[in-house]
Structure formats: structure tokens, C-alpha cells
Design a protein around this ligand. Structure first.
Ligand SMILES: [Zn+2]
Ligand SMILES: [Zn+2]
Length: 342
């Protein structure tokens, strides 16, 4: 039996460059029926100091920090001090410092966006000779959306934001598949919410919080219900993410609650890293019929249109799921890392 909780990762409040107060964010998250929100203001955990971290009704607000030098943004969760990106010599120092503090560290929007019309960071992570990060943000709703926006498409995508969405950045998926073959690296989806107004068309607030909270969600699967104790619940969520016991669901187009990817006996699930000594059956279960793709080391090894997929894994390697609903990107699982016997 596993308990499933859904949350939003990576967003900004007025403590940095977001447009909403933390109080407003809490209300919006409750309206969207989120179980948790992981706030990440640039270079500060002021919201934690001001006492916002904790349960607000049934919604847990966790406060992290997007360590933000000019490039190389890095999400850190589970730290109590402000970590300012400008205080570090280079990205190695950031990754090491967060790892030394035993905090959860995730590379933010590594391949950035390319919109010359909106202020979006271009390819922002250049340093890959690092190995102490926990995960990579493979899909950012904000960047996916801004990538499609030009002065000519702006109003169309403002009215129909989901039509701009294409899925995780292809280079991020490629990099993730590559590094996962060496060690466990977790993929997360984010919203990077700011709730800002457009630079020229000030009357337009694009991608407001209440909208984004219904889009890309991270669903975690844990063996015990979330604790009412804040420290304990925080540990449960960060541990589930660090272990990859989570998947990315684009819930705006169809609720992904109930997705499962595990071995037949239920012993190993997505995120687990195990030695494959004999073939195992992988089971994939979806809440509704979709195009399911099973990828082995990045290459599709099985696909089906349906609610279920069973697959006999004979070869070691990294297995992960992608599912498309009506041709739209819908579910991205964390991998099962099946290693060869040494
Ligand atoms: Zn950033
Ligand atoms: Zn951000």
C-alpha cells in the first residue's frame, strides 16, 4: 500500500520576484487541492523565518531556495539560512555546499528557454562535471510556455496556455537518460510560478498561480501517510523525491492520480536502484487509457495504447515511462535503475 500526495515545485513569492504574498499562494494552493507546495524564492528562505513553513489546513508549505547567480540556478530544499548565488565562486561550490548541508539539490531549468520576447534565461547550466546533485528539473511549465510565445502568438497562448505546451525539454531528457546510466538522478517537473505581468502589455498577468497549480504536479508515493509533525512530513517528502518515488503529472489535461510503475511483486518501484540478477516483470498502470512508452536507456523498448503495460525486463539499464494523452505530454515517471551484477 502506498499513499499518494501531489504538490507543486518551484515558485516565487514577493520575497523575491513573484507577484503574490505567501498568504495568497497558500490560498491558491488550497483552492487547487494541492497536498504540498515547495516555495523557492531567489536566494532567500525569508518565508521560513517568518513562520510560513508548515501545515495550512490540509496543505503543507515547504520553503526552499532557488540559489540564483547570473546563470546556474539551483533549487535547494531543507536549509535554514539564505544561500545567495552571488556568494559562490562557481556552480561546483553551490552543488557541494548544498550536498554538505544534506539538503535536497536540483538543477533548475538547465537548458533554459529561448524566447527573445520575454525575459527568460537562455541555456543556463553549462557545468556537467559535477556529481552531487539529486535531480534535474526536466520540465518547467513556465519555460515550455514562453518558448512558444512571440508577439504574434502571445494573445492566443495567453487565452489557451495549454496549446503552447510541448513537454520536457528534449536536451534535458537526453542528459537525464545519459547520467542516469551511471547513478541515480531524479527528474522533477516544475511550474516556476511568478504570476507576473507582461513587460509591454502590463494589463496581462501571464500564467497566474491559480492556473499553474493545476498544471504540472509532482506526485509522491510513500509507505506511511504524511505526518502532522512538520519536520517529519518535510523529511517524508524530501526523501520520496530524493529516492525518485515520484512522477510528473500534467494534471490539467487529465488527473494522473493512480499512476504506478513497479515490479510485479511490488517490491521495487520507480526511483529504486537495484541489481538485476534475474529477469523481472515491470508493471505500468494508468488511471485512464493513453499512449504508453517504456524507455530503456533512453530508447523506446515497448509501447502500447491502453491503461496497462507489462514488460519482462531481461537487460540491466534505466527504465522509465512516458505517457501521452490525446497526443499531449501527460506522465513522466522516474526510472527504475536496474544495474548489472558486478
Ligand atoms: Zn531560475
Ligand atoms: Zn525560478
Amino acid at each position: 500500500m502506498r499513499y499518494e500526495y501531489k504538490g507543486a515545485i518551484h515558485l516565487h513569492s514577493r520575497y523575491s520576484d513573484g507577484s503574490a504574498s505567501v498568504k495568497e499562494i497558500i490560498t491558491r494552493a488550497q483552492d487547487a487541492a494541492l497536498d504540498f507546495v515547495m516555495l523557492s524564492d531567489h536566494n532567500t528562505v525569508a518565508a521560513k523565518r517568518d513562520g510560513y513553513e508548515g501545515w495550512h489546513g490540509n496543505m503543507l508549505l515547504l520553503v526552499g531556495n532557488e540559489i540564483s547567480p547570473r546563470t546556474h540556478h539551483y533549487l535547494a530544499f531543507g536549509i535554514d539560512e539564505d544561500l545567495d548565488g552571488h556568494d559562490y565562486a562557481d556552480p561546483h561550490d553551490i552543488v557541494d555546499d548544498v550536498a554538505d548541508r544534506k539538503a535536497l539539490g536540483i538543477i533548475a531549468h538547465p537548458f533554459g528557454g529561448k524566447s527573445p520576447y520575454l525575459r527568460v534565461l537562455p541555456r543556463s547550466w553549462h557545468t556537467w562535471d559535477i556529481d552531487r546533485y539529486d535531480g534535474i528539473e526536466i520540465w518547467s511549465y513556465m519555460i515550455d510556455w514562453t518558448d512558444r510565445v512571440t508577439p504574434w502568438t502571445l494573445f492566443y497562448y495567453y487565452l489557451y496556455p495549454e496549446r503552447a505546451i510541448r513537454g520536457p525539454h528534449p536536451e534535458a531528457l537526453k542528459k537525464w537518460d545519459e547520467v542516469s546510466q551511471r547513478r541515480r538522478v531524479i527528474g522533477i517537473g516544475s511550474i516556476d510560478a511568478h504570476g507576473k505581468r507582461l513587460p509591454i502589455f502590463r494589463f496581462i498577468k501571464f500564467l497566474p498561480y491559480q492556473y499553474l497549480f493545476r498544471t504540472i504536479r509532482t506526485h509522491i508515493l510513500i509507505s506511511e501517510p504524511l505526518s502532522s509533525d512538520v519536520k517529519e512530513a518535510q523529511w517524508q517528502i524530501y526523501t520520496a523525491i530524493r529516492q525518485g518515488h515520484c512522477f510528473i503529472g500534467y494534471d490539467a489535461i487529465g488527473d494522473t492520480t493512480g499512476f504506478r510503475f513497479h515490479t510485479e511483486d511490488g517490491e521495487w518501484q520507480m526511483g529504486d536502484e537495484r541489481v538485476l540478477s534475474h529477469p523481472v516483470e515491470l508493471q505500468i498502470r494508468l488511471p485512464q487509457s493513453a499512449e504508453i512508452y517504456l524507455r530503456h536507456n533512453g530508447t523506446v523498448c515497448a509501447s502500447i495504447r491502453g491503461k496497462f503495460l507489462d514488460y519482462q525486463a531481461q537487460l540491466p539499464g534505466v527504465y522509465r515511462i512516458e505517457a501521452f494523452l490525446q497526443e499531449m505530454p501527460w506522465i513522466y515517471s522516474n526510472p527504475l535503475f536496474l544495474r548489472a551484477e558486478s
